[in-house]
Design a protein around this ligand. Structure first.
Ligand code: FE
Length: 348
């Protein structure tokens, strides 16, 4: 009499067991959190803001490995298809070109990206896209340079002999700069320019762009070559000694009246190894939104690439300038030539 209900209970439990097990395991299978693995050669607070906002908006978890671009590139070349990375982010079109040359990127087709990012700031095959621009310009001390140079060619004039500070030629920013001149003027004129700047140096290259700006303020040299955001950082610094540098040193947007100011990019591409391609493209599209474009400007002093997006107040002080129409891909294509030319004139 009592055996039957127990039996029924036994069979009910037996049937329920797989369902209970499914219930325990299912959350990991059905609702597994989507992830996005990023290798980044950038390490700015702006990037952290962007990661956090993307995670909050999409629920996709971002995992990052940050390091020197050259080190990450070597790592990606070793890992190839086995890499856990989905996306590679870095600065300078020359670096993105190196990654594309090593066949690390896969083409991405996104109407969001092609409609928002100007053609000159992205790879023609969709291998990488630029999200913010950085300009390589000149800084000078107006108290000591009464007639400032009017063009990049003019900076090579012998009246600036012993007056210029600039970093080494192996630096990617300098390689991209000369690569653009090779494109605009041809190899012979680009070589003459490099030779003349070498002759005009106040000292052998040492330190980064900020060191050159400080050297101008300290009177070691009268002019320097550097990226605009290093100056913007000093301008917006809460240290009085940094702001004092910007009282003495002023920016000179060479190229504005002729070929356009030299513009380079921060950019990213989806890797061939990507297991989370959908999330990777979603992140690229997220970087092209107006809100993200503002973050590049406000938190890192870079100019937005998307037309019509406002710039940070510190960049308003520096002004918005007419930039070169060259496709930044050229900086990579001409990079080996640029390095050879620098070596030929003995620019350390
Ligand atoms: Fe930099």
């Amino acid at each position: 009499m009592t055996a039957k209900p127990y039996k029924r209970l036994f069979y009910t439990c037996l049937l329920a067991l797989p369902l209970t097990l499914w219930g325990l395991l299912a959350p990991h299978q059905v609702q597994a959190q989507e992830v996005l693995n990023i290798y980044s050669g950038r390490h700015y607070p702006a990037d952290k803001i962007l990661y956090e906002r993307f995670e909050a908006q999409t629920g996709i978890k971002i995992r990052t490995l940050e390091g020197k671009t050259s080190v990450l590139l070597e790592r990606l070349k070793l890992e190839r298809e086995n890499s856990p990375a989905d996306l590679f982010i870095t600065v300078d079109a020359g670096n993105l070109w190196r990654a594309a040359e090593a066949d690390l990127f896969q083409p991405v087709s996104s109407s969001v990206l092609t409609s928002r990012i100007p053609e000159k700031y992205r790879n023609p095959e969709g291998l990488w896209f630029g999200f913010a621009t950085r300009n390589r310009i000149v800084f000078y001390n107006p108290a000591r340079v009464r007639v400032p140079p009017t063009s990049w060619q003019d900076l090579a004039d012998s009246r600036f002999k012993g007056k210029i500070c600039v970093r080494s030629s192996s630096n990617i920013y300098n390689l991209s700069l000369l690569a653009s001149f090779v494109e605009l003027w041809g190899e012979a004129k680009a070589t003459e320019w490099a030779q003349a700047i070498r002759d005009n140096m106040a000292r052998d290259p040492s330190g980064g762009d900020t060191d050159q700006i400080r050297a101008v303020a300290a009177g070691v040299c009268d002019l320097s070559i550097g990226n605009h955001y290093y100056y913007a950082r000093l301008l917006a610094s809460d240290k009085p000694e940094d702001r004092a540098v910007t009282e003495v040193v002023k920016p000179l947007w060479l190229g504005e009246s002729d070929m356009g100011v030299h513009a380079n990019i921060s950019g990213a591409g989806v890797l061939r190894s990507a297991k989370n391609k959908r999330a990777a493209i979603r992140y690229l599209e997220f970087l092209a939104t107006e809100d993200s474009q503002l973050v590049f400007s406000e938190a890192n002093n870079e100019y937005p690439v998307v037309l019509g997006v406002a710039v940070a107040p510190v960049l308003e002080r520096l002004g918005v300038h007419k930039t070169s129409e060259i496709n930044v891909s050229v900086y990579g294509e001409n990079q080996p030539i640029a390095q050879r030319l620098y070596d030929s004139v003995g620019w350390p």
